[in-house]
Design a binder for this molecule. Structure first.
Ligand SMILES: Cc1cc2nc3c(=O)[nH]c(=O)nc-3n(C[C@H](O)[C@H](O)[C@H](O)COP(=O)(O)OP(=O)(O)OC[C@H]3O[C@@H](n4cnc5c(N)ncnc54)[C@H](O)[C@@H]3O)c2cc1C
Length: 261
């Protein structure tokens, strides 16, 4: 580690002001950022903690929309998002207890790791990412590997999930990290089905639109018979080849539909 300033504001407005300084960076659960600092892959001059801001914490319902504060840890989502059971289950299977008690939904969505779980839930749910300055549709927010629509100094203050009629998340766990080797989130709404895939693509989380069309017509695993995802652009590493990951997408999507049904 090396020397840096540290601030812990109590309001979103104070956090935004603190982040206006050159090379200041938000810190949430630190589950990604602290190891990055230790390796000196990032060297911000100031860390602005977002974990003491009450207006960024908690889970609530607004009509049929589940709202989760950006600084809410995964363990709290697991315990309190009972209105959206598939999302609560996803949160309860992230990492290990230490990661779930420190890591936050805002940090996960901001980091947009290609193997993270929440991006698939947000994309499959057509969620709205709320920041200190605007609201961004999930379809516009996720822009590739570790890339999002966030501007410098912009913070995720809340994520809003329309609650679907049925949903399920299936994660093929990478056993060392607990991240998704491949994860598929399926959500069925009155106007159609959305399917989002994490862990698989070199471009990060994506929607499998062919599966969405088939499942919107017939919400059953058999609707996916004959459909497959190309291995082109899939991640290949020591844990799995591109072909393996492409195959897993079909398997996990069928399992998610079966479980949601
Ligand atoms: C061992 C291990 C296992 C894990 N397993 C999983 C898993 O199975 N599934 C999964 O999805 N994730 C997993 N994670 C990731 C973890 O759950 C966190 O979501 C992730 O580390 C980021 O959240 P954080 O709150 O710790 O963010 P931090 O590490 O504090 O920050 C991450 C990045 O986001 C920025 N940032 C943080 N908060 C905000 C905000 N509100 N607005 C804008 N920018 C912000 C920071 O500046 C930094 O660049 C795992 C992590 C570890 C260490």
């Amino acid at each position: 580690m090396y020397a840096f300033d540290f601030e812990q504001p109590k309001t979103i407005a104070e956090a935004v002001a603190a982040l206006a300084d050159d090379e200041a960076q938000p810190l949430s659960g630190g589950q990604t950022l602290i190891p990055t600092l230790k390796q000196r892959l990032a060297m911000p001059s100031k860390l602005v903690s977002l974990t003491a801001i009450p207006e960024m914490k908690g889970v609530c319902m607004n009509g049929n929309t589940l709202c989760i504060g950006g600084a809410t840890p995964h363990a709290v989502v697991a315990a309190e998002a009972s209105a959206y059971p598939a999302l609560a289950a996803l949160a309860s299977n992230i990492g290990d207890p230490a990661v779930r008690n420190r890591g936050t939904i805002g940090g996960s969505i901001a980091n947009n790791d290609p193997a993270a779980c929440y991006p698939s839930a947000a994309l499959a749910s057509g969620a709205t990412i709320v920041t200190n300055s605007r609201e961004i549709a999930a379809d516009d927010y996720f822009q590739g590997l570790f890339q999002t629509a966030l501007e410098e100094g912009e913070i995720v203050t809340e994520v809003r999930f329309p609650v679907p009629q049925a949903a399920n998340y299936q994660k093929f766990v990478q056993p060392a990290s607990r991240f998704a080797l491949v994860g598929v989130f399926v959500a069925k709404y009155a106007d159609g089905v959305r399917v989002a895939v994490t862990g698989a693509s070199n471009d990060g989380v994506f929607r499998w639109t062919e599966a969405e069309a088939a499942l919107s017509a017939n919400f059953s695993p058999s609707a996916l018979d004959g459909l497959s995802v190309s291995a082109d652009g899939m991640i290949g590493d020591l844990h799995g080849t591109p072909e393996y990951r492409a195959h897993l997408i079909g398997v996990m999507t069928k399992r998610a539909v079966a479980a949601a049904s």
